[in-house]
Design a protein around this ligand. Structure first.
Ligand code: R5P
Length: 292
Protein backbone atom coordinates (compact mmCIF):
# COMPACT_ATOMS: atom_id res chain seq x y z
CA UNK A 1 0.00 0.00 0.00
CA UNK A 2 1.23 3.51 -0.82
CA UNK A 3 -0.25 6.90 0.00
CA UNK A 4 -0.91 9.50 -2.66
CA UNK A 5 -1.41 12.79 -0.82
CA UNK A 6 -3.62 15.10 -2.85
CA UNK A 7 -3.15 18.88 -2.81
CA UNK A 8 -6.12 19.45 -0.49
CA UNK A 9 -4.78 17.00 2.13
CA UNK A 10 -1.03 16.92 1.69
CA UNK A 11 -0.19 17.20 5.36
CA UNK A 12 -2.82 14.65 6.37
CA UNK A 13 -1.65 12.20 3.70
CA UNK A 14 2.00 12.50 4.71
CA UNK A 15 1.12 12.02 8.36
CA UNK A 16 -0.93 8.89 7.58
CA UNK A 17 2.02 7.47 5.61
CA UNK A 18 4.34 8.24 8.53
CA UNK A 19 2.07 6.56 11.09
CA UNK A 20 1.66 3.47 8.89
CA UNK A 21 5.38 3.43 7.98
CA UNK A 22 4.57 3.30 4.28
CA UNK A 23 5.67 5.30 1.30
CA UNK A 24 4.01 8.53 0.20
CA UNK A 25 4.32 8.80 -3.56
CA UNK A 26 5.13 12.32 -4.79
CA UNK A 27 2.57 13.91 -7.06
CA UNK A 28 3.10 17.08 -9.01
CA UNK A 29 0.30 19.65 -9.16
CA UNK A 30 -0.10 22.90 -10.92
CA UNK A 31 -2.73 25.18 -12.31
CA UNK A 32 -2.67 26.10 -15.97
CA UNK A 33 -3.02 29.80 -16.72
CA UNK A 34 -6.68 29.26 -17.64
CA UNK A 35 -7.42 27.70 -14.24
CA UNK A 36 -7.42 24.01 -15.20
CA UNK A 37 -5.77 21.56 -12.78
CA UNK A 38 -2.74 19.47 -13.75
CA UNK A 39 -1.68 16.37 -11.86
CA UNK A 40 1.18 13.97 -12.48
CA UNK A 41 2.23 10.84 -10.57
CA UNK A 42 6.01 11.20 -10.69
CA UNK A 43 6.69 7.57 -9.73
CA UNK A 44 5.42 4.25 -11.05
CA UNK A 45 2.23 3.16 -9.29
CA UNK A 46 1.45 0.13 -11.44
CA UNK A 47 0.54 -2.91 -9.37
CA UNK A 48 0.29 -0.80 -6.18
CA UNK A 49 -2.62 -0.48 -3.79
CA UNK A 50 -2.87 3.29 -3.95
CA UNK A 51 -4.56 5.24 -1.16
CA UNK A 52 -5.43 8.73 -2.36
CA UNK A 53 -5.96 11.24 0.43
CA UNK A 54 -7.78 14.20 -1.04
CA UNK A 55 -10.41 16.19 0.76
CA UNK A 56 -13.33 17.90 -0.92
CA UNK A 57 -13.54 20.85 1.45
CA UNK A 58 -13.78 24.37 -0.08
CA UNK A 59 -13.08 25.08 -2.87
CA UNK A 60 -15.19 21.93 -3.31
CA UNK A 61 -15.45 21.89 -7.07
CA UNK A 62 -11.71 22.30 -7.62
CA UNK A 63 -10.88 19.69 -4.99
CA UNK A 64 -13.43 17.28 -6.45
CA UNK A 65 -11.98 17.53 -9.94
CA UNK A 66 -8.51 16.88 -8.53
CA UNK A 67 -9.82 13.87 -6.62
CA UNK A 68 -11.35 12.47 -9.80
CA UNK A 69 -8.14 13.09 -11.76
CA UNK A 70 -6.09 11.37 -9.05
CA UNK A 71 -8.37 8.33 -8.96
CA UNK A 72 -8.74 7.94 -12.69
CA UNK A 73 -5.04 8.48 -13.41
CA UNK A 74 -3.98 5.91 -10.79
CA UNK A 75 -6.32 3.44 -12.46
CA UNK A 76 -5.03 4.36 -15.90
CA UNK A 77 -1.46 3.80 -14.66
CA UNK A 78 -2.47 0.24 -13.69
CA UNK A 79 -2.69 0.60 -9.93
CA UNK A 80 -3.87 -2.67 -8.43
CA UNK A 81 -6.51 -0.91 -6.33
CA UNK A 82 -7.51 2.65 -5.53
CA UNK A 83 -8.86 3.73 -2.16
CA UNK A 84 -10.10 7.30 -1.90
CA UNK A 85 -9.82 8.84 1.56
CA UNK A 86 -12.18 11.82 1.50
CA UNK A 87 -12.56 13.04 5.09
CA UNK A 88 -15.09 15.81 4.31
CA UNK A 89 -17.50 14.55 1.70
CA UNK A 90 -18.62 17.58 -0.29
CA UNK A 91 -22.23 18.01 -1.38
CA UNK A 92 -23.43 15.56 1.30
CA UNK A 93 -25.93 18.16 2.50
CA UNK A 94 -27.52 18.18 -0.95
CA UNK A 95 -29.10 14.79 -0.55
CA UNK A 96 -32.79 15.41 -1.08
CA UNK A 97 -34.99 17.32 -3.44
CA UNK A 98 -36.89 19.94 -1.47
CA UNK A 99 -37.97 21.84 -4.62
CA UNK A 100 -38.95 20.22 -7.88
CA UNK A 101 -36.05 20.22 -10.29
CA UNK A 102 -33.30 20.42 -7.67
CA UNK A 103 -30.14 18.37 -8.12
CA UNK A 104 -29.54 15.56 -5.65
CA UNK A 105 -25.92 16.55 -5.97
CA UNK A 106 -24.28 14.05 -3.66
CA UNK A 107 -25.61 11.18 -5.76
CA UNK A 108 -23.93 12.67 -8.83
CA UNK A 109 -20.65 13.03 -6.92
CA UNK A 110 -20.76 9.39 -5.76
CA UNK A 111 -21.37 8.30 -9.36
CA UNK A 112 -18.38 10.30 -10.57
CA UNK A 113 -16.04 8.85 -7.91
CA UNK A 114 -17.13 5.33 -8.81
CA UNK A 115 -16.92 5.95 -12.53
CA UNK A 116 -13.40 7.37 -12.11
CA UNK A 117 -12.38 3.97 -10.79
CA UNK A 118 -12.28 4.08 -6.98
CA UNK A 119 -12.48 0.61 -5.47
CA UNK A 120 -13.18 1.82 -1.95
CA UNK A 121 -13.99 5.08 -0.17
CA UNK A 122 -13.19 6.10 3.39
CA UNK A 123 -14.89 9.18 4.76
CA UNK A 124 -15.39 10.74 8.18
CA UNK A 125 -18.74 11.68 9.73
CA UNK A 126 -20.56 12.01 6.44
CA UNK A 127 -23.43 14.43 6.85
CA UNK A 128 -26.14 11.75 6.66
CA UNK A 129 -25.42 8.04 6.86
CA UNK A 130 -28.28 7.13 4.52
CA UNK A 131 -26.05 8.50 1.72
CA UNK A 132 -23.82 5.45 2.26
CA UNK A 133 -26.51 3.27 0.68
CA UNK A 134 -25.98 5.03 -2.64
CA UNK A 135 -22.46 3.65 -3.03
CA UNK A 136 -22.02 0.47 -5.02
CA UNK A 137 -18.38 0.12 -3.89
CA UNK A 138 -17.30 -0.52 -0.28
CA UNK A 139 -17.48 2.66 1.81
CA UNK A 140 -16.48 3.24 5.41
CA UNK A 141 -17.78 6.15 7.41
CA UNK A 142 -15.48 6.72 10.38
CA UNK A 143 -16.46 8.77 13.41
CA UNK A 144 -14.17 11.40 14.88
CA UNK A 145 -16.61 12.17 17.70
CA UNK A 146 -14.84 9.88 20.23
CA UNK A 147 -11.58 11.73 19.46
CA UNK A 148 -13.26 15.10 20.07
CA UNK A 149 -14.96 13.90 23.25
CA UNK A 150 -11.67 12.46 24.53
CA UNK A 151 -10.05 15.83 23.88
CA UNK A 152 -12.59 17.50 26.19
CA UNK A 153 -12.24 14.72 28.76
CA UNK A 154 -8.49 15.31 28.83
CA UNK A 155 -9.29 18.99 29.41
CA UNK A 156 -11.19 18.02 32.58
CA UNK A 157 -14.71 18.17 31.14
CA UNK A 158 -15.78 14.75 32.36
CA UNK A 159 -19.47 15.02 33.28
CA UNK A 160 -20.16 17.75 30.72
CA UNK A 161 -23.55 17.66 28.98
CA UNK A 162 -23.27 16.63 25.29
CA UNK A 163 -25.58 18.58 23.06
CA UNK A 164 -26.73 18.13 19.46
CA UNK A 165 -28.02 21.13 17.52
CA UNK A 166 -30.47 18.84 15.70
CA UNK A 167 -31.64 15.24 15.73
CA UNK A 168 -29.21 14.44 12.88
CA UNK A 169 -26.31 14.92 15.30
CA UNK A 170 -27.96 12.86 18.03
CA UNK A 171 -25.99 9.70 17.33
CA UNK A 172 -22.77 11.72 17.59
CA UNK A 173 -23.91 12.93 20.98
CA UNK A 174 -24.62 9.43 22.20
CA UNK A 175 -21.05 8.56 21.24
CA UNK A 176 -19.73 11.64 23.06
CA UNK A 177 -21.80 10.87 26.13
CA UNK A 178 -20.17 7.44 26.40
CA UNK A 179 -16.92 9.32 27.02
CA UNK A 180 -18.06 12.44 28.89
CA UNK A 181 -20.88 10.75 30.79
CA UNK A 182 -22.92 13.86 31.61
CA UNK A 183 -26.04 13.03 29.60
CA UNK A 184 -27.14 14.40 26.27
CA UNK A 185 -29.93 16.23 24.51
CA UNK A 186 -30.83 17.78 21.19
CA UNK A 187 -32.63 20.74 19.67
CA UNK A 188 -35.62 20.38 17.40
CA UNK A 189 -34.24 22.46 14.55
CA UNK A 190 -35.67 23.19 11.14
CA UNK A 191 -33.92 25.13 8.41
CA UNK A 192 -35.86 26.87 5.66
CA UNK A 193 -34.65 25.28 2.42
CA UNK A 194 -34.87 28.59 0.56
CA UNK A 195 -33.81 31.28 3.04
CA UNK A 196 -31.58 29.13 5.27
CA UNK A 197 -33.34 30.60 8.31
CA UNK A 198 -33.25 28.35 11.40
CA UNK A 199 -36.32 27.76 13.58
CA UNK A 200 -36.24 25.85 16.86
CA UNK A 201 -38.89 24.39 19.13
CA UNK A 202 -38.59 25.45 22.75
CA UNK A 203 -37.27 22.68 24.98
CA UNK A 204 -35.68 22.70 28.43
CA UNK A 205 -32.42 20.90 29.24
CA UNK A 206 -30.75 20.00 32.51
CA UNK A 207 -27.82 22.37 32.03
CA UNK A 208 -28.07 24.97 34.81
CA UNK A 209 -24.55 25.79 36.06
CA UNK A 210 -23.14 22.90 34.05
CA UNK A 211 -20.45 22.66 31.40
CA UNK A 212 -21.73 21.64 27.96
CA UNK A 213 -20.18 20.63 24.66
CA UNK A 214 -22.16 21.01 21.44
CA UNK A 215 -21.08 18.36 18.92
CA UNK A 216 -21.91 18.71 15.25
CA UNK A 217 -20.53 17.27 12.03
CA UNK A 218 -19.98 20.65 10.33
CA UNK A 219 -19.67 24.29 11.25
CA UNK A 220 -20.20 26.14 8.01
CA UNK A 221 -21.77 29.59 8.45
CA UNK A 222 -21.97 29.02 12.22
CA UNK A 223 -25.73 29.70 12.27
CA UNK A 224 -26.63 26.29 13.71
CA UNK A 225 -23.92 26.37 16.36
CA UNK A 226 -24.86 29.93 17.30
CA UNK A 227 -28.45 28.88 18.01
CA UNK A 228 -27.31 25.84 20.02
CA UNK A 229 -24.84 27.80 22.15
CA UNK A 230 -27.31 30.63 22.82
CA UNK A 231 -30.00 28.12 23.83
CA UNK A 232 -27.72 26.50 26.40
CA UNK A 233 -26.47 29.83 27.74
CA UNK A 234 -30.04 31.13 28.10
CA UNK A 235 -30.89 28.04 30.11
CA UNK A 236 -28.08 28.79 32.55
CA UNK A 237 -25.19 26.66 31.25
CA UNK A 238 -21.84 27.59 32.77
CA UNK A 239 -19.31 27.04 29.99
CA UNK A 240 -20.34 25.97 26.49
CA UNK A 241 -17.80 24.57 24.00
CA UNK A 242 -18.45 24.16 20.28
CA UNK A 243 -17.04 21.00 18.70
CA UNK A 244 -17.23 19.87 15.11
CA UNK A 245 -15.56 17.31 12.89
CA UNK A 246 -15.34 19.50 9.79
CA UNK A 247 -14.54 23.13 10.57
CA UNK A 248 -15.52 24.68 7.25
CA UNK A 249 -15.93 28.07 8.97
CA UNK A 250 -17.23 30.20 6.14
CA UNK A 251 -16.52 33.96 6.40
CA UNK A 252 -17.08 35.18 9.98
CA UNK A 253 -18.41 31.84 11.33
CA UNK A 254 -15.74 31.64 14.01
CA UNK A 255 -16.49 35.10 15.42
CA UNK A 256 -20.21 34.37 15.17
CA UNK A 257 -19.95 31.23 17.32
CA UNK A 258 -17.62 32.83 19.84
CA UNK A 259 -19.76 35.93 20.20
CA UNK A 260 -22.79 33.72 20.85
CA UNK A 261 -21.11 32.71 24.10
CA UNK A 262 -18.95 29.68 23.24
CA UNK A 263 -15.72 29.46 25.22
CA UNK A 264 -13.85 27.90 22.33
CA UNK A 265 -14.36 26.06 19.04
CA UNK A 266 -12.58 22.75 18.59
CA UNK A 267 -12.48 20.94 15.26
CA UNK A 268 -10.42 18.24 13.59
CA UNK A 269 -7.77 18.41 10.90
CA UNK A 270 -10.24 16.89 8.43
CA UNK A 271 -10.37 20.50 7.25
CA UNK A 272 -7.24 22.46 8.15
CA UNK A 273 -8.26 25.55 10.13
CA UNK A 274 -7.14 27.60 13.13
CA UNK A 275 -9.41 25.43 15.35
CA UNK A 276 -8.21 22.04 14.08
CA UNK A 277 -6.81 20.84 17.41
CA UNK A 278 -7.76 17.16 17.08
CA UNK A 279 -6.24 14.86 14.48
CA UNK A 280 -8.20 12.24 12.54
CA UNK A 281 -4.96 10.51 11.46
CA UNK A 282 -5.29 7.67 14.04
CA UNK A 283 -8.75 6.58 12.88
CA UNK A 284 -7.83 6.69 9.19
CA UNK A 285 -4.58 4.82 9.78
CA UNK A 286 -6.48 2.22 11.79
CA UNK A 287 -9.09 1.77 9.04
CA UNK A 288 -6.36 1.31 6.42
CA UNK A 289 -4.47 -1.14 8.64
CA UNK A 290 -7.57 -3.28 9.15
CA UNK A 291 -7.94 -3.75 5.43
CA UNK A 292 -4.22 -4.35 4.77
C1 R5P B 1 -26.90 20.31 9.54
O1 R5P B 1 -27.78 19.46 9.60
C2 R5P B 1 -25.48 20.04 9.88
O2 R5P B 1 -25.33 18.99 10.76
C3 R5P B 1 -24.82 21.28 10.44
O3 R5P B 1 -25.50 21.63 11.63
C4 R5P B 1 -24.92 22.42 9.48
O4 R5P B 1 -24.59 21.99 8.21
C5 R5P B 1 -24.03 23.55 9.88
O5 R5P B 1 -24.18 24.58 8.97
P1 R5P B 1 -24.15 26.09 9.44
O6 R5P B 1 -22.91 26.28 10.23
O7 R5P B 1 -24.17 26.88 8.17
O8 R5P B 1 -25.39 26.33 10.25
Amino acid sequence: MIIAPGPASRKLGLRIAEVLHIKATPIEFKLFPDGESYICYTEDVSGENVVIVQNTCPPQDVNLIRLLLLINTAKDLNANSVTAVVPYFAYARQMRRSRPGEAISVRTIIGLIEKAGADRVITVNIHNTSILNWFSIPVQNLSAIPLLASFFKARGLTGAFSFAPDDGALEANREADKILGGGYGYLDKERDAITGEIRIKKKMFDVKDRDCVVFDDIISTGATMEVAVKTLKKQGARRVYAACVHPILVADARERVLSSGAEEIIGTDSVPSPVSAVSIVPIIAEALKRKA
